[in-house]
Write a protein that binds this ligand. Structure first.
Ligand SMILES: Cc1cc2nc3c(=O)[nH]c(=O)nc-3n(C[C@H](O)[C@H](O)[C@H](O)COP(=O)(O)OP(=O)(O)OC[C@H]3O[C@@H](n4cnc5c(N)ncnc54)[C@H](O)[C@@H]3O)c2cc1C
Length: 476
């Protein structure tokens, strides 16, 4: 009934969709009502959650500032409140005499529970709640195996995903039909993330809808064509798109990305360039793969996808964890990656694989501690992708690297940071080490003593054997 009826006032509740372009719920709210109230709620349960950190809060805040400006330019006004969303929405709906609240679906366990509370609270005051698929192309149980099951292996999932048509982006929000009554009050946006309890100690990752568009333009106009090889070299900041924080907060949507990717692919002039486009599409499919794993197997948020691995006996020491966090393990590639994360909120995908495998398989520390640390630090921290990545590295997940696949951090460094450019950028203590030894500075004690860089805290070869024994013990 709601689908066809035209309503007087609909609240669009922004969550992980901080944009005016290509936004399903916002577009639906606008076309089905005379007045849309764009709404954002600071939820203290999220702000105080132990896995939330300053990089993400600061990115969110700056994206909201940009959203508020974009809405204003179209004659809309962002209404901001703070409190429990179900209470705030029920209050606002009554105050504004709204008949419905629209939102784009969020698939994380907390968000799903919150939305049930919202639906109940709104129902109690006679207001409807409607949610829309938006952040992914295919959700929940839309891409299924031939027997109707959920895919737990990426390759067949991606094949089935690719067989389907790519959706078109939604139209951009149009100018407001009438201004919101001045009586509907809004909180000002805080000046800085520190005002929300999350002081940011480093530079902010460029946020907002415009920054997302700039990053996408730069990537699909040129860089995507070299992605097949460029994506694996952390010293090159432009080898990948750096769109993950934008996808995380919805300052851009995957439909727009796919459309621009399709256009780029049609301009490709060689097999290599087409390959770059196809591999990038695969990465977008990985994102959807992990999103559907989380929604269909929510136990992964609390433990191993394969429950037998919850019995692993992690024997790593606390001081090793502290050294890993601080970038002081004595393995330059691991330390450079962790220092980069701590200083910027960002880490390249290859390095995420290296440091997560090092924590779990060299330091024998639970993937869940690393998962939590990443969520606290990463600007793109996303439960589904982060959990999927950590379980992949630990070998406990769906499509995981087998438990016996253990990266050697030194050979990874020699392969992907051959000239040591990345390591040198983050470890000034190694400035006096010759190029051909920068990934193994322990070979000459003089290099270490000069720069005060630590010796390796563990021996990779020894830890490898311990790791294999630890995994074999739970595999019987
Ligand atoms: C241990 C570990 C933790 C990770 N944690 C996160 C996280 O919290 N948030 C996050 O968005 N990604 C995470 N990833 C995946 C990946 O590292 C990042 O998405 C990628 O580095 C983002 O850089 P980009 O935007 O330049 O990616 P590009 O290479 O340009 O890829 C385009 C987009 O595809 C998606 N994508 C790419 N690789 C993956 C992947 N392996 N899994 C899921 N989606 C992917 C991202 O949305 C990315 O923005 C993690 C990977 C590992 C191994």
């Amino acid at each position: 009934m709601l689908r066809s009826a035209r309503l007087r006032t609909i609240i669009h509740w922004f969550r992980r969709d901080l944009r005016v372009s290509d936004n399903t719920s916002l577009h639906e709210a606008f076309t089905r009502s005379q007045t849309v109230i764009p709404f954002f709620c600071w939820d203290d349960a999220i702000l105080r959650a132990p896995d939330v950190g300053a990089a993400r809060v600061a990115f969110l805040l700056q994206s909201l500032e940009s959203l508020a400006r974009n809405l204003e330019a179209l004659g809309h006004r962002l209404i901001v409140r703070r409190g429990a969303p179900h209470e705030q929405l029920a209050l606002l709906a009554q105050e504004a005499k709204a008949e419905a609240v629209f939102a784009n679906r969020d698939y994380e366990p907390y968000s799903r529970e919150r939305d049930v509370r919202v639906q109940q609270a709104l129902g109690a005051v006679g207001v409807q709640f409607q949610s829309f698929k938006d952040s992914v192309v295919w959700e929940e149980r839309e891409v299924l195996t031939g027997t109707g099951g959920v895919y737990t292996v990426f390759t067949p999932y991606s094949k089935a995903w690719r067989l389907r048509a790519r959706p078109e982006p939604r139209p951009r929000l149009a100018a407001a039909k009438s201004p919101l009554p001045a009586t509907i009050s809004s909180l000002p946006l805080p000046a800085a993330s520190a005002d929300l309890g999350h002081p940011l100690g480093h530079e902010l990752f460029p946020a907002g809808e415009k920054a997302a568009k700039v990053a996408l333009d730069a990537f699909v106009e040129r860089k995507v064509f070299g992605y097949a090889t460029g994506r694996d070299h952390p010293a090159d900041d432009t080898g990948t798109s750096r769109l993950s924080p934008h996808l995380r907060f919805g300052t851009i949507n995957v439909r727009t990305l796919l459309k621009r990717l399709g256009e780029a692919r049609s301009r490709a002039t060689s097999e290599d360039e087409r390959r770059g486009c196809d591999i990038w599409e695969s990465e977008l499919i990985w994102r959807e793969f992990y999103a559907q794993i989380l929604v269909n197997h929510p136990h992964v948020a609390k433990g191993a996808f394969r429950p037998e691995y919850d019995r692993l006996e992690w024997s790593g020491r606390e001081e090793w964890f502290q050294a890993w966090c601080a970038g002081m393990t004595g393995y330059p590639i691991v330390d450079a990656a962790m220092r980069c994360l701590n200083a910027t909120g960002w880490m390249h995908n290859r390095l995420r694989m290296v440091v997560s495998m090092f924590l779990t398989k060299d330091l024998l520390i639970s993937w869940q501690r690393g998962e939590r640390y990443f969520m606290q630090r990463l600007v793109d921290g996303d439960l589904a992708a982060n959990n999927g990545g950590w379980q992949w590295s630990a070998g406990t997940g769906t499509d995981a690297a087998p438990y016996f696949r253990i990266f050697n951090p030194t050979s990874q460094a020699e392969k992907f940071d051959a000239d040591g450019r990345f390591v040198r950028r983050w470890i000034p203590e190694l400035s006096g080490v010759p190029d051909d030894a920068v990934h193994e500075p322990w070979k000459n004690p003089l290099w270490l003593s000069r720069g005060r860089y630590p010796r390796p805290i563990v021996d990779h070869a020894v830890q490898r054997e311990r790791c294999l024994a630890m995994y074999k013990a739970v595999r019987g």
